[in-house]
Each structure stands twice: as C-alpha cells, then as structure tokens.
Design a protein around this ligand. Structure first.
Ligand SMILES: N[C@@H](CCC(=O)N[C@@H](CS)C(=O)NCC(=O)O)C(=O)O
Length: 219
C-alpha cells in the first residue's frame, strides 16, 4: 500500500467523502488539516485549485474528491462503485447532484440574508423530492452494498442532522420516504459516524455564526 496523506479542512464535506472511503476500505492514512482562511504556502504550491481535499500518494498529488475516491476504490477491491458502465455513469451523475445539495445547504447556512435562506430551503426541498423519485429499494443507493455514492451524500446528511436540525427539523419533506430511509441507513453506518469530528455541532455552529449566518444566529 502506498503512503497516503489526506490534506484536509476540519469541516469540509468533500474531505469527509474521502475520509469515509478511506475508512470503508481500511486504508491507513495520515490526515493533515490546514486553515482555509490562512492557506500555508506549501499548500498553495501543492493544490492546483487551492482546494481540499488533496491526496498525496507517495510523491504524487490527486485532487477533486470524486477522482480521489475512485482511485482509492480501484486500489482496494472489491469495488464500491458499479461495474456496469451505465450504472456507473448514473452513480456519477447523482454524485454531482449530491454536490449541488451540499452547495445549496452551505449557501443557506452561510448567508446573512433571510430571503436567500428561504430560496435555498425551497430549492433544497424540491431537489429532495426529485431525488426521492429516483431512489430504488435501498437501504443504500445501489441496494444492499454501501457504495461511493453513499459516501458522497453522507456529509450533507451529517450537516442536516448535526447542524441544521437545531433550526430546521424537516428539511427533507416528510413525504420523501425513500430519501429519509436512505439518510437513516447512511447515518447509521460506522464509517460515517467515525468520520464526524469531535465537537462537530459546536464547532460548525460557532464557525458559521462568526461568518454572519442569519439561520444560526439565535443558537
Ligand atoms: N469539487 C471539489 C470541491 C472541493 C471544495 O470546494 N473544497 C472547499 C472546502 S469544503 C475548498 O477547499 N475551498 C477553497 C477555499 O475555501 O478557499 C471536490 O469535490 O473536491
């Protein structure tokens, strides 16, 4: 196994996708956290887009969480991604959809504008309704096996459960049974629980409040 280092930020959901993949695969790794508000010079020289996660494999650099996770998956069979080209493409497409959910929830938490909160919430709920219609029997996206796509959605469900639930209880519309069951199955997964940093709720609440979150201001 090559020497693996994950360059990270404590609250980054994209980093968390890779942490879950590493834990699922039992790959030993070193995590190095940086401060995104004060990026060290070595990081700026390392990360082509100035973003985390970055995976160092011996002296090689990988960036973009989806690419990192597919690499980690491929070096440690059996795969957590469908083998069939169409199913694999469908999974990749819905991973992108999950990124949109993550970005919308981030926008909703970060904004200092009530109107933006309301618009983002409505957009998120519409997207959950769309997602719900496209989920199958479960418990996970591809059935019994936990896959890369489940790891990709875990951080947004964690953000909803451990941060947003303090102010919004039913972000996923109650009629979206499949999405709710999927969320529960993902949140119950050991690797997902182990990916949550100690003090996540307090840290995330304080960090977003400091940045002017109108949604969390009364906490
Ligand atoms: N598409 C990228 C997104 C990564 C991303 O946006 N990371 C954020 C932190 S969560 C970042 O590093 N942002 C740079 C910054 O804040 O300056 C991926 O999937 O890895």
């Amino acid at each position: 196994m090559p020497k693996i280092e994950l360059i990270s930020f404590d609250l980054c959901p994209f980093v968390q996708r890779s942490v879950i993949t590493l834990l699922e695969k039992g790959i030993p790794f070193k995590r190095t956290n940086i401060d995104l508000a004060d990026k060290p010079e070595w990081f700026l020289q390392t990360s082509p887009l100035g973003k985390v996660p970055v995976l160092k494999i011996n002296d090689n650099i990988l960036f973009e969480s989806a690419v990192i996770n597919e690499y980690l998956d491929e070096i440690t069979p059996p795969s957590m991604h469908p083998g069939d080209p169409l199913q694999k493409a469908i999974n990749r497409a819905w991973i992108e959809f999950g990124t949109e959910l993550s970005n919308l929830s981030f926008k909703m938490i970060l904004t200092d504008d009530e109107e933006t909160v309301a618009q983002s919430l409505e957009a998120l709920q519409n997207k959950f309704e769309f997602l719900d219609k496209n989920l199958t029997a479960g418990p996970f996206f591809n059935g019994e096996a936990f896959s890369l796509i489940d790891a990709a959605y875990a951080p947004v469900f964690i953000r909803m459960e451990y941060l947003l639930k303090q102010v919004i209880d039913d972000l996923i519309p109650p009629a979206c049974n499949r999405a709710l069951d999927w969320r529960d199955a993902i949140l119950a997964r050991e690797s997902v629980q182990d990916s949550i940093i100690d003090g996540y709720t307090e840290l995330a609440t304080a960090r977003f409040k400091k940045r002017g979150s109108v949604l969390l201001k009364d906490l």
